[in-house]
Design a protein around this ligand. Structure first.
Ligand code: AMP
Length: 618
């Protein structure tokens, strides 16, 4: 059953919730979604404009941030206030980037510590996380404008070599931008997904993803089996890309026109003019054999053959990285089943040929290499949203699911690693006389106390008819359907009142978080058993106290005053024991109170029988 919602802000119809895929790139970023009708991944763009948003942030005199094309125009004119390549700083301290400090034309603070770097703009300091969040905010706003619906959930890609700190930083940037980052996905994995690789369970493949962008080069070897992507090895050069091709052309023209390095440095206009024309030439040569343009009365020209010889050393460098990554994965080029091309620079025919020759097979380049990562992120987002029926990401529950019972204990209904779909029901009852409502709190996790687990949902079952405590029969059932959606239902069986709620239990948890929760449950297993025993003892003690008190009020006539005193004392002792962390003491006090009150119960029974017989004639 499809759920349809109405967006109150725009009045437009929403087909459940939209999860977007985001490629947060070093040079460019973009957003993609699965098209609701065609079901194909598409990159979002405004009419007649590019889907790519330059990952550049410009701060104006008042400190307002602007991201994208306009910001990019300040790259050379307002270097101090224009931030590019913030991704290179994610999760890094100054020592990590010291070697490349001159690359950053803005102010990266050298505090000579192990703390994460900050960037200074005017009087303000920004962490790379904040800077990335500006880019993500812009992407979010653009997506919302195009889709006419709020965008709050995303899958974001990162390079396969990103460590935990860098992944966390990316996640935090998302949070700061108002996005719930459902998953961080490796860029090569996303690229493979965009080509439909790994979408069939039986598939067993080794894939090489060659990613040559504007300023970075990555090669990753992936092993895909049973829908699981494993990164076997990665290699690359974080300062090698299409920009180096442009520089090679600039240098070629400088030689031709006798321009020296110093002249170029001194004349910013000349430098920028040549660079822009070099990039134009490079792009042109991807589809033609020659390029020429008139500029300042001169003709700037270059042939494809010349361009290819200029970039050959750079191509060799990338192939060297490929060789190394194969070695690290303990594979030969022939072991690679599929080669996938990513990044704008793989449009250069010489790049494709070189890679194809190296691996001895044609390369996959059908999908736009600038968009392929974002498109794959959208595929992953769609899987997470449960829309991709062919490919169930979860066919077992990664964590246990249960509800909160007395004393904050977790009562597991569906244990972790249960196969889905699955259905489980269990009966509960009320604690208090006349209790008309019952709160059902649904949790996910392995710990004994719900406070250590993750709350997924909560609802009230109301309208339970007045009955003594323990009499109502409330059946709570958990049903996880094939889409991984959990439906929790509570029904009071005597009266038939019922209430239900839908939850998507896998939301918001990454594999790492699941792992962490499992690790915690193992580390705390001993404590948890002790806590559970204590909570259970306390619950029992509280119940006994309540029952005794009720009994005393109702049956005071058959209890002697001294009995009243000893009972009150035993109750007090139990009350005190309940405040202590000693389950054995509680058990002992419960037993002592029971010892005292046992005869009362017998007496009350006799009284009831004789009362019933009174006035009756036989
Ligand atoms: P990316 O970082 O993946 O966005 O790649 C950007 C790089 O791709 C830049 O160096 C661009 O100049 C380069 N690029 C874009 N289109 C082409 C093209 N048609 N031919 C060659 N290089 C291109």
């Amino acid at each position: 059953m499809a759920k349809i919602g109405i967006n109150i802000a725009t009045g437009s119809l929403q087909q459940s919730e939209m999860i977007v895929g985001i490629d947060l790139g070093t040079t460019n970023s973009l957003v993609a979604i699965i098209h609701p009708e065609s079901k194909n991944p598409v990159a979002l763009k405004e009419h007649n404009s590019s889907s790519l948003v330059p990952s550049v942030i410009h701060f104006d005199a008042w400190g307002n941030a602007e991201v994208g094309e306009t910001a990019k125009t300040y790259l050379e004119t307002d270097t101090q206030n224009t931030i590019f390549s913030a991704k290179r700083l994610m999760g890094k301290n100054y020592n990590d980037i010291k070697e490349h400090a001159s690359f950053f034309t803005y102010k990266v603070i050298d505090d000579d510590t192990d703390r994460l770097v900050k960037v200074q703009v005017g009087e303000k300091f920004y962490s790379p996380i904040e800077l990335s969040s500006f880019i993500l905010k812009e992407l979010k706003a653009r997506a919302e404008h195009i889709l006419k619906t709020p965008v709050t959930k995303a899958v974001i890609t990162v390079p396969a070599y990103f460590n935990d700190a860098q992944r966390q930083a990316t996640r935090d940037a998302g949070k700061l931008a108002g996005l719930d980052v459902l998953r961080i996905v490796n860029e090569p994995t996303a690229a493979a997904l965009a080509y439909g690789l790994g979408l069939h369970k039986e598939e067993d493949k080794t894939v090489a993803v060659y990613d040559l962008g504007g300023g970075t080069f990555d090669i990753s070897i992936l092993k895909i089996s049973n829908g699981i992507f494993e990164v076997l090895s990665t290699n690359g050069d974080t300062y090698l890309g299409g920009d180096d091709f442009d520089r090679a052309i600039v240098q070629y023209w400088m030689q031709e026109f006798g321009i020296t390095q110093d002249e170029l440095k001194a004349n910013k206009e000349l430098a920028q003019g040549l660079r822009l024309r070099a990039e134009e030439a490079k792009k042109h040569l991807s589809n033609s054999d020659t390029f020429s343009v008139e500029w300042n009365g001169d003709t700037l020209a270059i042939s494809k053959a010349t361009f290819e010889s200029l970039i050959q050393p750079l191509l060799d460098k990338t192939l060297q990285c490929c060789k190394q990554s194969l070695q690290d994965a303990k594979l030969n080029a022939a072991d690679i089943d599929t080669v996938v091309m990513v990044g704008g620079s793989t449009r250069v025919p010489a790049v494709k040929n070189a890679v194809s020759n190296f691996f001895g097979k044609p390369v996959h380049d059908e999908v736009n290499p600038d968009e392929v990562v974002a498109l794959g992120a959208a595929v992953q987002a769609d899987i997470l949203a449960g829309n991709n029926k062919e490919f169930l990401l979860l066919d077992i529950t990664p964590l246990s699911l249960g509800i909160e019972t007395m004393g904050g204990l977790m009562d597991v209904l569906i244990p972790r690693n249960s196969k889905i779909p699955t259905k489980v029901g269990r009966q509960y009852t009320t604690q208090k006389d006349g209790q008309s409502a019952m709160r059902i709190s649904v949790y996910q996790g392995e710990r004994d106390l719900v406070k250590d687990n993750r709350k997924l949902a909560e609802f009230n079952l109301t309208g339970i008819p007045g009955m003594p405590a323990g009499l109502p029969k409330v059946e709570v059932s958990f049903l996880i359907n094939a889409d991984g959606i959990l439906v929790v239902k509570a029904k009071e069986l005597r009266s038939g009142v019922e209430q239900s709620i839908e939850v998507k239990p896998q939301y918001g948890l990454t594999d790492e978080e699941v792992e962490q929760m499992l690790m915690d449950s193992i580390t705390h297993a001993k404590d948890d058993i002790a806590t559970r025993a204590l909570v259970e003892a306390r619950t029992e003690g509280e119940q006994i106290l309540e029952v005794t008190e009720k009994f005393l009020t109702k049956n005071s006539s058959i209890i002697a005053p001294e009995e009243m005193i000893t009972t009150a004392q035993a109750m007090q002792a139990l009350q005190l024991a309940l405040t202590m962390e000693d389950k054995d003491l509680i058990h002992k006090k419960v037993e002592e109170l029971n010892e005292i009150t046992r005869p009362f119960a017998e007496r009350a029974m006799d009284a009831a029988v004789s009362g019933a017989l009174k006035g009756k004639t036989i």
